[in-house]
Ligand binder design. Structure first.
Ligand SMILES: *Cc1c(COP(=O)(O)O)cnc(C)c1O
Length: 385
């Protein structure tokens, strides 16, 4: 007995957690700072923690009311109909529902390279095939619609990530519209806004609904998650916002009660706590700036809760940092072996990370002219606070 041929299926490489690394090095997990998975260092909103405690009592029930309540609350927030909100087990779960709704076996999907691994995984699970468009490091990972259209070849889904993981670049709504206009009517453009709260750009929900001067359209869907700004990565809660025209497909493809009672209750409470999200976004803005200005390596301007650095040897630097108790993401698995991605931590975590990165870079290459490669680098600040 064997499963079907899964040899083409890559496994997901998550950023390494504290427990795993501490065990391997025989050290106390409390002595590490984990900045490898773009989690919220401030945790969930206090109200969400309380909601989780309370929901424990009703965990025996299917989440009938909670699922509907959260869907309605999100519909309210985006000013769309409830049917347009597709809850999922994380943003990843919502991506799966789009795959289920859209893909026939053999349909092709166009994904960014480098990019988020789950687009390809979900495509393979749903018997689709993959093509990739390149976001070039030499062009600072610019997301240019004409360049993507140059690679586009009638794929059924095109994934955009704005802000992009791991580079932090965004795509304007004008650019997304231009891309969607340039693809066939059969092509769905999925705009993954997992880091949308941290960005200055508007949500592509405006394209779906025809707001802000754009024409409404049926070929764009948006992915959102509670894992990042809302600090609820552990409960697995995300959703898609889809055009009303085919929103009813959800009922035909979803796993019953796609999001759990606990997730829905936590999500409802988290939505109410605007202050926690604002504090998180403020903290990320500070940390991005601190990392970009203090770390003595070229960085790309990021609109996410992370910064990508060009350090020459991502695996080596990540491993040296680990020795110093700082866990960052080696971007080799993204196809960027020269880079590390550093999540914005609390103030003290971020300061510690910046110092540790500089110490590691100094130890590896004491010559002081690591510079502004790629044109994206920020100048080093000399004064330490
Ligand atoms: C984190 C992330 C997601 C969603 O993750 P979930 O935890 O499944 O919600 C989606 N896309 C990108 C690019 C991400 O980085």
């Amino acid at each position: 007995m064997q499963p079907r041929d899964l040899s083409a299926h890559a496994t997901y490489e998550a950023g390494r957690g504290i427990e795993e690394v501490a065990r391997e090095l025989g050290r106390d997990p409390a002595s590490f700072v984990t900045l490898s998975s773009n989690e919220n260092p401030h945790g969930p909103a206090p109200a969400a923690v309380e909601a989780l405690r309370e929901a424990a009592e009703t965990a025996s029930d299917y989440p009938k009311a909670a699922h509907a309540d959260l869907t309605d609350a999100l519909a309210d927030r985006w000013d769309v109909s409830s049917g347009q909100i597709w809850l999922g087990n994380g943003g990843d779960g919502a991506i799966d529902y789009l795959s289920r709704a859209m893909l026939d076996p053999g349909d092709a999907v166009l994904v960014p390279k480098p990019g988020f691994a789950y687009y390809a995984m979900s495509t393979r699970f749903h018997h689709g095939t993959l093509d990739a468009y390149v976001l070039s490091k030499d062009r600072d990972f610019a997301q240019d619609p004409d360049s993507i259209l140059g690679t586009y070849d009638g794929e059924r889904i095109v994934y955009l990530t704005s802000p992009h993981n791991p580079s932090g670049t965004t795509m304007s709504l004008d650019a997304i519209e231009r891309l969607a206009d340039g693809t066939s009517d059969r092509t769905l453009v999925v705009v993954d806004e997992a880091y949308g709260e941290f960005a200055e750009t508007d949500s592509a929900v405006a394209l779906i609904e025809g707001r802000k001067g754009f024409d409404a359209r049926e070929d764009v869907a948006v992915i959102r998650t509670f894992s990042k700004a809302y600090g609820l990565a552990g409960v697995r809660l995300g959703y898609a916002v889809v055009p009303d025209a085919w929103a009813d497909a959800y009922a035909r493809v979803n796993t019953p009660f796609a999001a759990s009672e606990l997730a829905c209750r936590a999500g409802l409470a988290a939505l109410e706590d605007a202050e926690h999200v604002e504090m998180t976004v403020e903290s990320v803005r500070w940390a991005r700036e601190h990392l970009a200005t203090r770390v003595e390596a070229p960085a790309w301007p990021s609109e996410g809760n992370f910064v990508l650095f060009d350090v020459g040897d991502g695996a080596g630097v990540a491993s040296d940092l680990q020795e110093r108790g700082v866990i960052v993401r080696d971007c080799t698995s993204f196809g960027l072996p020269g880079c590390i991605r550093v999540t914005c931590g609390t103030e003290s975590e971020t300061k510690r990370a910046a110092e540790a990165i500089n110490a590691v870079l100094d130890a590896r290459d004491p010559t002081p002219d690591r510079g502004d490669a790629g044109g994206a680098a920020t100048d080093r600040e000399v004064n330490e606070s």
